[in-house]
Design a protein around this ligand. Structure first.
Ligand code: NAG
Ligand code: NAG
Ligand code: NAG
Ligand code: NAG
Ligand code: NAG
Length: 487
């Protein structure tokens, strides 16, 4: 190992050490009962899993939901007691449905080692994610249920049938109510037969129905949606359904599902909310203060153990999500990369009290994060002729995340030059600040002074943990020595 690699190993190790080390008594408070959080991984520069796990622990989380079963990520939960839901991406459904051997291999390669002596508390496998979403044009309708069955059989064969439950998180678009009254709720016609099989399966295995509910999307997608109804206890609109009154769309949506289940003959199936959240950029209403307001209402309702009119009591809910994801598809809208309660670097964006007591304070941020150099790429201030900036901006945005530019976004008020600078910097940072990535035909220049302007934040990228995977072995040995020395 050369000396620079050696230095890198030791500094990473120090980071890890700082991330894991906690003074006695510094443990975070408990979250409100039933609370979990999603951790998505579609990012160019992932945080070190150990730093992320510590962030979750510091904030009192005891449940996490992942979208994959990446080995390094899952093993970071070893010995933590955090309940883990791992995911199987939709692209694997056909493969797993096709042959029970494939499912056995999946379980063997991705689950067994973490459970048998691996010390990870895996409790759920999410087979597919929103597989019946209408925008998928039916691509996964025929394979989801058979994949669930094969994964279940594989779990039983591996002796994990009692410990790990098979679920399939579905978007709330699998049911609807033509009148918007919850009591008129029913499952979509095109998936009704598959839904019946899935419901029967969940019922037999005593597994929950996992649904993703997004009040933000109700507000975003329909111009005449009453704003207050997307939040909690704002008292602007109510829906009267027989003898029940609804004051927010979350409850109404949830109870629409309760009715749909009842009509399908499964009224006592447990329901878990797999995703609910509010984005902070990229669209109208997508901002930190609306997100803060939404979560405050939701967490307070959870703390009251109020449940919904048809399902009073504690409801298990996973927030979406822990941090921003700069590689997510923006087909749904620019907001799609900004669902994080924390930024890309694990810094909190707004006040949120996960205990549901409504205390006005920032959550605890990530510790031990390593940043790249303190520098940015902007439009050269000596530039006289701006006519080529548009082309350079398009080029930069073609290879980086520009979802903060444009209408209703945090960088909407920039000048033409500011716009291009933002795009240049995004491009430069995501390429690990390589000097060539700030050229732009001579239009770009590297500066040491923070160009952030008002709400428009110019980030400095973190050192990606993903790039270090190949150094893992040396790294672990180095770390082990360090732990032995210091703990
Ligand atoms: C899980 O197992 C499958 C099948 O053995 C394998 O192809 C895949 O790479 C594994 N890892 C993840 C993260 O799914
Ligand atoms: C679904 O169909 C639409 C319209 O035909 C198409 O634009 C889209 O790419 C399709 N999506 C998928 C996931 O196949
Ligand atoms: C700016 O540059 C463009 C393209 O090189 C050129 O066509 C235009 O005349 C220049 N404008 C001025 C004011 O120099
Ligand atoms: C900045 O860029 C965005 C996205 O390309 C665009 O919508 C906006 O109009 C631009 N603003 C200015 C002042 O050029
Ligand atoms: C900074 O923001 C102000 C107001 O939002 C705007 O007028 C100005 O043009 C911005 N500067 C740049 C370089 O975009």
């Amino acid at each position: 190992m050369d000396s620079s690699a050696d230095f890198l190993t030791w500094s990473l190790c120090l980071v890890l050490f700082l991330a894991l080390w906690q003074p006695q008594g510094a443990q975070g408070t408990q979250t409100v009962p039933g609370l979990g959080i999603n951790w998505g991984s579609q990012v160019s520069h992932p945080l070190n899993p150990y730093i992320m796990v510590n962030l979750l622990k510091d904030n009192g989380f005891t449940k996490v939901k992942l979208f994959e079963a990446d080995s390094w990520t899952v093993s970071a939960f070893s010995g933590t007691n955090i309940e883990v839901m791992v995911g199987i991406p939709n692209v694997l459904l056909a493969h797993l449905a096709d042959n029970s051997k494939h499912a056995e291999n999946w379980v063997k390669n991705n689950l067994t080692k973490h459970l048998d002596g691996g010390g990870v508390n895996i409790r759920y496998v999410a087979v597919g994610n929103e597989a019946f979403l209408e925008s998928y044009n039916g691509s996964y309708i025929k394979t989801t249920f058979p994949a669930m069955v094969n994964v279940q059989k594989a779990l039983e064969k591996a002796g994990l049938g009692d410990k790990v439950k098979v679920v399939t998180p579905l978007n709330a678009d699998v049911y609807r109510s033509p009148s918007n009254l919850p009591s008129h709720g029913d499952f979509r016609d095109d998936i009704y037969d598959e839904m019946k099989k899935i419901l029967q399966f969940l019922s037999e295995k005593n597994s929950p129905f996992v649904v993703n509910i997004y009040p933000f999307l109700n507000l975003h997608q329909s111009i005449d949606f009453p704003e207050g109804f997307a939040f909690f206890n704002t008292g602007t609109k109510t829906i009267q359904d027989n003898n029940l009154q609804y004051t927010n769309v979350f409850d109404a949506n949830f109870d629409t599902l309760v009715w749909a289940l009842k009509k399908a003959g499964h009224s006592d199936l447990k329901i878990m909310v797999g995703e609910v959240g509010w984005p902070t950029d990229g669209a109208q209403y997508a901002n930190p203060s609306d997100a803060e307001k939404f979560y405050k209402g939701l967490l307070k309702q959870m703390a009251n153990k109020k449940g919904t009119p048809l399902r009073p009591g504690v409801i298990d809910i996973y927030l979406f999500s822990v941090s921003d994801e700069d590689l997510k598809s923006i087909a749904p809208g620019n907001f799609e990369r900004h669902w994080g309660i924390f930024r890309y670097d694990g810094k909190p964006k707004f006040a949120i009290d996960f205990s549901g007591q409504g205390v006005d304070k920032m959550p605890l941020g990530a510790k031990g994060v390593q940043y790249q150099d303190r520098q940015w790429c902007v439009v050269n201030p000596d530039l006289k002729n701006q006519s080529t900036l548009g082309r350079a901006l398009d080029y930069a945005c073609g290879g980086a995340d520009c979802t903060s530019l444009g209408f209703f976004s945090s960088c909407a008020d920039l000048s033409v030059v500011g716009n291009a600078s933002f795009a240049f910097n995004q491009y430069f940072q995501v390429r690990d600040q390589s000097v060539e990535a700030c050229d732009f035909w001579g239009l770009g220049t590297i500066v040491k002074e923070d160009p952030s302007n008002g709400t428009c934040f110019f980030p400095i990228e973190i050192v990606s943990s993903g790039r270090r995977l190949h150094k893992l072995t040396g790294f672990l040995i180095g770390c082990l020595l360090m732990f032995v020395t210091f703990m």
